[in-house]
Structures are given as C-alpha cells and as structure tokens.
Design a binder for this molecule. Structure first.
Ligand code: GLY
Length: 372
C-alpha cells in the first residue's frame, strides 16, 4: 500500500472498529484483558476516552448513530464532575465534555468541563504544592504521592480559566508542573512515575512507581504522559520551559526505542518483555504537538516512525477486539498485559487524524521519509 493511503485506511479502520464496539457496548469499554473487553458502568478513569473515540468516529465518516452515542456516553459521565478524590478529571472530561461542547456548541458541556476543572483544582494541596494522585488504586493513601500522569489533566484547568474560570486555576497548573519538573524529571530526561512526599510536612521523600518495573525504571506510559502533557501545556500557555522539558523526555523515549520501534511496557524491562503500544500512541501524539510548536522536522519524523511501527505490528487489522493491540495496562498488578486499552485506542485514533492533518497542511505524503 502506498503513501497516504495507509493512513486513510487506518483512520477508516478506527472508525469501523469504534462503530463495531459501539454496536455491542452497553457500558464503558475499559481494557481488553485475556482477549475480552472489560466494561465499567461508570467509566472509571477511562470513560472519557470512549466518548472521545465516539466523537472522533462521528466526525470522520462514521454513521450518524455515533453522534447520538457520543452524546449519550458524554451525558453518562457528567454526574462525576464533582468528584473530590480523582486526579483524572481531565482524562474524563476533555475528550468527552470539551469535545461535546465543540461539536454541539451546547454551553452546558462547557459548564460541565469547568465544574470538573474546579473539582480537580480543589484537590490541590496548597501547603504541599501538588494534586495528590487520588484515583483507582484500591485503598492506598495517596495524600503524599504525585503521579506524572496528572500533567495530562491540567489542560482542562487552562481551558476553564480561559473561559471565565477563576484565574487561581492557572496557579494550580503552574504549581503542579513546577512540582513535576522539580521532582519527577531526572537528569537523563526520563521521569519517575510517582514522587512521594511526607503529607504532614511536605518534605520530599523520593521517586517511586505504581505501574512501572521499579522506582528508578522508566515506565513507558509515564514517559509518554509527560511528553504529551508538557507539549499541550506548552502550546496552551506559550511556555518555552515546558516545551524544552517535553523535548527532553521525548529524546529519552526515542533514544530507548527497540529496533522494531514499539516501546516495551517499561524501558528498563528485559528484552522480550511485553510491549505497551498505548505508550507509543500517546508519545506519537505528543511528538506531533512538539512538531507543531517547534516546526522541527525531527519530531514529525519521530511521530511518523512511531505510527508506522504501530501500524505495522500493533494495529488491529483483523477481528480481535480493539483498535490497537499489544498495549499493557498494568503489568505489576497483572491487568491487561499485551491487550488493548481505551486510552491506547483513543490516542491511536487521535494521532492518526492529527498526523493526516499535519501532513496535509505541510503538503507532505505519509510515505515520505521525513528527515530525522
Ligand atoms: N493511570 C494512568 C495510566 O494507567 O496510564
């Protein structure tokens, strides 16, 4: 298959795969574990990605019923905008409520996104200077633990501030990023998944992990969240420091990819360990955003190579469930190893669409070997 036709075909497959799943799903698809989609009635932290896939499919040639289903999935998440202990509210409401507001112009969805932003900002511990990583991790006490993933939830606060929200939302964004750049980002450009503080005194205790191999390893998806979260925030806020930090993590990511171009679940895992294609899709999206910010060809080249590698060895081109295979949700806890994840599918779909947009704008062809 030549040039851009592979990209068009992948987008068509993403639309078809989302339509197929939409016809079967009564609840929110979360991860594929042992070959079967696991559904959740409330969407846990991934429901926004399902709504986001439905919106993308509705906007890229899917049947009209998908728009109805995208609205229904978005509506079903709205009761969670008031969550008081959930650092994933950006994941839940940017791809759903913000996408719904943009697609329908219904201000109710913007208000819902703003409420979710306030709920997230209310979790900020002003004394300690961070949003704890409250989420879906069983009974653990997360008061003193900060996840690198939280970066991805901050664009919701910026959007809310831009649309009549309290300016204090931006202070939370600045403080959370400062904590992450000051503690998670390491000298070699990789990031800790978790950084722990003493919740009583705020004293820094050290790097840790929840889903990675070890505290000082480099959990692939954490690296990808950092690249993309920082690149999006750099664009929204025009911040060169965030852009440079995103590029540092992206350099680490690219330099540690194996020969087949698909990230292992953790960059410090032994050769032959399960892959995490979702980390590849998320990082590719972040690198596209870096290219748009910097106009540096190397980021377009890196994104294109990642997408080609995922297309060649992870895209579902058959009857398996999901759009993107060989993702790993949480290996240490035995969840979704070498399966499909809703976030992997969403960022795969979003990256394909954005890549085509970038290539079209630049009058480039997806078959071109973009210089490194
Ligand atoms: N908790 C975010 C992730 O699993 O990537």
């Amino acid at each position: 298959m030549t040039s851009s036709t592979w990209l068009d075909a992948s987008i068509a497959r993403a639309v078809a795969g989302t339509s197929r799943l939409a016809a079967a799903a009564r609840d929110f698809p979360h991860i594929v574990d042992h070959g079967t989609w696991q559904f959740t009635p409330d969407g846990v932290w991934t429901g926004g990605f399902w709504a986001g896939c439905l919106w993308l499919a509705a906007q890229h040639g899917g049947p009209a019923t998908l728009r109805v289903q995208a609205i229904a999935a978005t509506e079903r998440l709205l009761p969670h905008v008031h969550a008081a202990r959930n650092h994933d509210l950006g994941f839940m409401f940017y791809p759903s409520a913000v996408a719904a507001w943009r697609a329908t112009d219904d201000g109710r969805y913007l208000e819902a996104a703003k409420t979710a932003a306030r709920s997230l900002a209310a979790q900020f511990d002003a004394h300690a200077g961070y949003i704890p990583g409250w989420g879906f991790f069983g009974g653990e006490d997360w008061r003193g633990s900060v996840l690198v993933d939280t970066l991805m939830n901050l664009p919701l606060l910026v959007l809310a501030a831009r649309h009549g929200g309290d300016a204090g939302l931006l202070k939370v964004v600045r403080a959370q990023v400062a904590t992450t750049l000051g503690h998670h980002l390491r000298a070699d450009g990789s990031v800790y998944h978790v950084y722990r503080f003493d919740p009583a005194t705020g004293a820094a205790l050290g790097g840790a992990t929840y889903q990675g191999l070890a505290a000082d390893s480099a959990w692939s998806r954490g690296q990808a969240w950092a690249i993309t979260g920082l690149a999006i925030l750099a664009g929204m806020l025009g911040d060169g420091t965030y852009r440079a930090a995103s590029a540092r993590v992206a350099d680490y990511f690219v330099a540690h990819l194996p020969a087949d171009g698909v990230p292992p679940w953790d960059f410090k895992a032994p050769a032959g360990a399960p892959k995490d294609a979702s980390a590849g899709a998320i990082a590719a999206y972040g690198m596209l955003r870096l290219h748009e910010l910097t106009h540096e060809q190397r980021w377009l080249g890196a994104a294109l190579r990642l997408v080609r590698a995922l297309h060649d060895s992870c895209e579902n081109q058959g009857d398996d469930p999901g759009l993107l295979l060989h993702a790993t949700a949480d290996l240490p806890h035995g969840l979704g190893v070498d399966g499909t994840t809703m976030y992997g599918d969403y960022y795969w779909f979003k990256t394909l669409v954005r890549l085509r947009q970038v290539l079209t704008t630049r009058h480039l062809d997806a078959s071109l070997d973009v210089p490194a």
